[in-house]
Structures are given as structure tokens and as C-alpha cells.
Design a protein around this ligand. Structure first.
Ligand code: AMP
Length: 552
């Protein structure tokens, strides 16, 4: 039977396909039916390794849904999680969103007052937490009045004696449920998950993802020129499930049926390497600091991978040296750019058929950029007046994006961040004629010297090639004549014994022929440890604060 759709001015013919809203629960339902016996392996807070299957995960997620109903929670209530990457956290992702509630993942590495702000702003009704966050929760419970229940994710016999009111055991709650429900179907535009941005200035702001945006994001993120995921992969997200939903891996892995390895709280290089080898991990995802620590550990112990093939590097620029080192170990680097407000993926660096005919050095240059926009993302660069700039790979400007997985409004904030329908990313970038985007800097990190801009990332990429350096960061230091000049801050490898002056000279040598003289850092200083943000990136704000009295 033909059906017409009213389109304001007239009528159009409706397509005759089934109308099935894009539900998050479909992802785990699909994994449970098509990949029932594929494993999810988790390193637990309890210290042991837990393994079960997608079918068991879906069954327990249904029990979570029943628990939430029994606790009296309503549609769109916010349910907080303070948890590592693990199977119970995954059950919550589906149990909460699948019931029409909002899964609010909280980053436990934020400052305590930021966590309090976030819980109170979101008005979380329940917080599910891993045992390792007990001390934090004891402090939070006194200042987060919206929370009715605190659920510790262990068996009843491991529940500690505590002053937390309404403290419940996750396993006891689940044990009382049958799992006998069918997942509800509702409007795909309903909110499903909430993540607050780290917010280095001002209060954190919430990005509220819908079922629809999460499903669309899962589709495009898995494509061959994105994460390149398949049912034959074993995927270990090191990026935490409390940081933009671990780049969507908890949604895309069940969709493609990949085996999941969840590393829990043990994120040190030896533990990660051990898990990669023992579980035959083929692909893993993390910020550059994760990879630099792993590479250092492996070179110190003369180790190599047996099954590991793909390393996704994102969150900060991937230094060329890191790409080289991983390539030498037989690992392909997938460099991705994104941000919380984009769900989070925006671009991937990959090669086209035409690129494959270019010399290797040119191919590497393309792969070191942040890459082309994912399907569903539009990008442009603009100047300070908002005028669109030429895409010639040299001209840089403020990066603006739009798309169906891009934020429209922050949660419970009146004013929209959009400018003429575009989201200003706060990143400065170039885009070349082929569409490859390259981040030059965060707007606030770019070094403004004598009216010209110097990219701190370019400086870091060159300096990090020195084999005796563990980490580098370039920051702007106020200068009486030039307004700002670059200072390079570096951490030496632990076994470095030669003189610092010699090391400095060698680093300066690296810039020769690669960068205009006036862009080279005026000074290099060495520190013991690089300060990191709650999401594992170099904390430049803190570095600038530590070095605010520095003079050249
Ligand atoms: P977050 O919302 O915490 O994920 O942070 C997003 C920001 O991280 C972006 O706006 C960029 O400044 C930075 N970022 C993410 N990926 C990359 C990348 N591949 N290269 C450079 N910067 C990146």
C-alpha cells in the first residue's frame, strides 16, 4: 500500500522499508545471536582474569535493566559509573542505555571537586563503582545529594564495611533477577550516554549522545579506512571506557563480533604487553603516552609481538618516531583525531589507491597527518573573522566541523556552542587539496612569535626523534621583544648518563634543515616526569604554570 509523507509544502512517497529505530541494545543483541561464543576477557579489580561470552554479557545486561527498574529509576534518569575497562562496565553500558536511561561515565582521574560538580550537574541517581574507587566514593557520598544508591561492583562478601548509605553489591542485585525481558524499543533520538569534557578552564561540560548518533558512529568507526575492525580481530581498548566511551569500542566491537580484551586497572606497560601476548590481541587503542611506555618496555626487554597488527593512536598527535618504531615491530599505525563533542571520531589518516603509487616517504607524510573526515563529518578552516580559508596544506586556521554525531548543545547549558551551524573545535589545522587535515595546535597552545604562529606539535615531532628522550612538550614563554618564544621541556630516558649539554646540542641539531631558524626553541630544559591530564595527555596548562617565571 502506497503512503504519502507530508512535507510542509506538499506530499512525497514514503519508502516501503521496515522502520526500526537505531537502538544501542541491538548491538549487544546482534553479538549475542551471531557471535554468542566470542569471548570478552577482563582483568578485574579483584586481581584475576575473568572470561565469558557475548551471550553471557547480553544476559547479564538484561539483568542490569531489571535491577534499574526494581530500584525505581525512570526514563532518562542519569546513572553514573566510576569504573575501569571491564565486563561489568560493559554490562552497564547496555543495561542502562538499553533501558532508556543515560549511562554517565565519570573520569575518576579528574580532581575531586570536578567529579562532585559533574555528578551534581548531571543529577546522577545511582553510581556504580569499582572497589578501587571506594575511598573516593566515601568522600563523594557526603556532597552528592542526588545519588540514591551507591553500587559496588563486587560480590556481597567483598563489600567493605563503610559509612556509605544505601551501599549495594552489584552481584547480589543481579542474582535476584531472571534476565527474562525483551529490550524496549523507543525513539532513536533519546539520550543514551553522557560524557563530560575534561575542561582545563572553567567547569566541565557534558556531551549527551543519542542512540541514533551512537549507532551511526559505530558503523563508520569500524570501516576499513577507519578502525578497520572485523570478527577476526581481538581488540584491547587501553583508552578508558570513562573517556568518550573508549572511542566507541564498546559499541563497535559487539557490532562486528570482535573478541574484546579489557585491561582493568593495570595499565602499566609490562601488564599491557603480557595481556597483548597471552590473549593474542591484534589491535589496541590508546593515547601516545601508552605507546611510548610500551615501546620503551619492549626495547629494554628485547621483546616483540606475535599477533599484534594495528595500533590506533589518538587523543594527541602521533610523533613520526613512534610510527616508525611501531612499523618496525610489524604494527600498522592508525592515526585518528577526534574529540568528546564528536562522539569522538573526526578523521583518520589512510592512503588512497593513488597514494599507494607515491614514494614511501610521501606515504608516510600523509599517514602522519590527522587525515580525511569520516563519512558524516564536514570540515573547514576559518580565520579569526570566520572567513573560510584555502585548503592548500599550508594555510592554517580554526578547525570547524559539522555532522550527525557532532554536538549541538552542551547538557543543561542554554547557549549553543555552534557558529553558523558549525562546531568550533578549538584546534588549529591545515587541510590539503586531497582533504587531509593536519592539526597544528590547540588554539591555546600555538606559539605567537613576532606576529607569526609556531606549531608546538611540529617542534615536538622533530625533538621526539631523539632516541634518548622519553617525552617532550613545547610551550610558549612570554618574551619582551617577540611576545612569545618556544621552550622545549623534555624527559630523558631513565638510563641516560651523558651530559645534558651534549643532549641539548644533539636535539638542536635535529631541527637543522627541518624548520625555519626562528621557529626553533630558544631553550631546552629537562624535568623528571611529564605532568599528564586526566585523559593521559601532556598537561601543558600545568607545565605553563610550573614555568611561568622562566626567562630566556
Ligand atoms: P578530548 O575531548 O578530551 O578527547 O580532546 C580532544 C582534543 O584532543 C582535540 O580537540 C585535539 O586538540 C586533541 N587531539 C585528539 N586527537 C588528536 C590527534 N590525533 N592529534 C592531535 N591532537 C589530537
Amino acid at each position: 500500500m502506497e503512503k504519502n509523507i507530508s512535507l510542509g509544502g506538499g506530499y512525497g512517497l514514503s519508502g516501503q522499508m521496515m522502520l526500526r529505530p537505531l537502538m544501542i541494545s541491538d548491538l549487544i543483541k546482534h553479538a549475542s545471536s551471531q557471535f554468542a561464543t566470542t569471548e570478552i576477557v577482563s582483568r578485574r579489580v579483584e586481581g584475576d582474569i575473568h572470561r565469558y561470552t557475548y551471550a553471557e554479557c547480553e544476559f547479564r545486561a538484561r539483568k542490569v535493566s531489571q535491577v534499574l527498574a526494581r530500584l525505581g529509576l525512570q526514563l532518562s534518569d542519569r546513572i553514573g559509573t566510576l569504573a575501569w575497562n571491564g565486563y561489568r562496565h560493559l554490562e552497564l553500558y547496555y543495561g542502562i542505555s538499553g533501558s532508556g536511561l543515560i549511562c554517565h561515565t565519570i573520569n575518576p582521574r579528574l580532581f575531586e571537586d570536578q567529579i562532585v560538580f559533574i555528578i551534581n550537574h548531571a543529577q546522577d541517581q545511582v553510581i556504580f563503582f569499582d572497589l578501587s574507587f571506594l575511598a573516593l566514593v566515601e568522600k563523594l557520598q557526603a556532597v552528592c545529594p542526588s545519588v540514591q544508591y551507591w553500587v559496588c561492583m563486587v560480590d556481597e562478601d567483598l563489600i567493605p564495611i563503610s559509612k556509605i548509605p544505601n551501599l549495594l553489591s552489584y552481584e547480589t542485585l543481579l542474582s535476584k533477577e531472571s534476565g527474562d525481558i525483551t529490550w524496549p524499543v523507543f525513539d532513536e533520538n533519546l539520550a543514551a550516554a553522557l560524557c563530560y569534557t575534561s575542561g582545563t578552564t572553567g567547569n566541565p561540560k557534558g556531551a549527551l549522545f543519542s542512540h541514533r548518533s551512537t549507532r551511526l558512529h559505530a558503523y563508520v568507526s569500524a570501516l576499513p579506512d577507519s578502525f578497520d575492525m572485523s570478527a577476526s580481530d581481538t581488540i584491547m581498548p587501553v583508552v578508558p571506557m570513562f573517556h568518550v566511551n573508549a572511542w566507541g569500542i564498546p559499541y563497535s566491537s559487539p557490532m562486528v563480533g570482535a573478541k574484546l580484551v579489557l585491561p582493568g586497572p593495570q595499565l602499566d606497560a609490562p601488564s599491557l604487553f603480557e595481556l597483548i601476548q597471552s590473549e593474542e590481541v591484534t589491535m589496541s587503542l590508546g593515547v601516545p603516552t601508552v605507546w611510548s611506555n610500551l615501546l620503551l618496555h619492549m626495547s629494554e626487554n628485547d621483546q616483540s609481538f606475535t599477533h599484534f597488527k594495528k595500533a590506533v593512536v589518538g587523543g594527541s598527535a602521533c610523533p613520526p618516531k613512534m610510527m616508525d618504531s611501531l612499523n618496525h615491530l610489524g604494527v600498522r599505525v592508525i592515526h585518528a583525531w577526534g574529540m568528546t563533542e564528536l562522539s569522538p571520531l573526526g578523521t583518520f589518516a589512510t592512503l588512497t589507491g593513488a597514494d599507494l603509487k607515491k614514494p614511501i616517504s610521501e606515504q608516510n607524510r600523509i599517514l602522519q597527518k590527522q587525515g580525511r573526515a569520516l563519512f558524516g563529518i564536514e570540515m573547514k578552516i576559518v580565520n579569526e573573522d570566520g572567513l573560510e580559508l584555502v585548503q592548500d596544506g599550508v594555510t592554517f586556521g580554526n578547525l570547524m566541523v559539522k555532522g550527525s554525531c557532532v554536538i549541538n548543545n552542551y547538557f543543561r547549558v542554554e547557549e549553543s556552542p555552534l557558529i553558523d551551524g558549525w562546531f568550533p573545535t578549538g584546534d588549529v589545522a591545515t587541510i590539503d587539496a586531497a582533504g587531509n587535515m593536519q592539526i597544528t595546535d590547540r588554539t591555546k597552545d600555538v606559539i605567537k612569535s613576532g606576529g607569526e604562529w609556531i606549531s608546538s606539535i611540529d617542534i615536538e615531532n622533530i625533538a621526539s626523534a631523539h632516541p634518548d628522550l622519553l617525552a617532550v612538550a613545547c610551550i610558549a614563554i612570554a618574551h619582551p621583544k617577540w611576545q612569545e618564544r618556544p621552550l622545549l621541556v623534555a624527559v630523558k630516558k631513565p638510563n641516560y648518563i651523558r651530559s645534558e649539554q651534549l643532549l641539548k646540542e644533539e636535539i638542536w641539531q635535529l631541527f637543522q634543515g627541518k624548520m625555519a631558524k626562528w621557529c626553533v626553541p630558544d631553550e631546552i630544559i629537562f624535568i623528571e616526569e611529564m605532568p599528564l591530564t586526566a585523559t593521559g595527555k601532556i598537561f601543558k596548562l600545568k607545565l605553563r604554570d610550573l614555568l611561568k617565571d622562566f626567562q630566556f
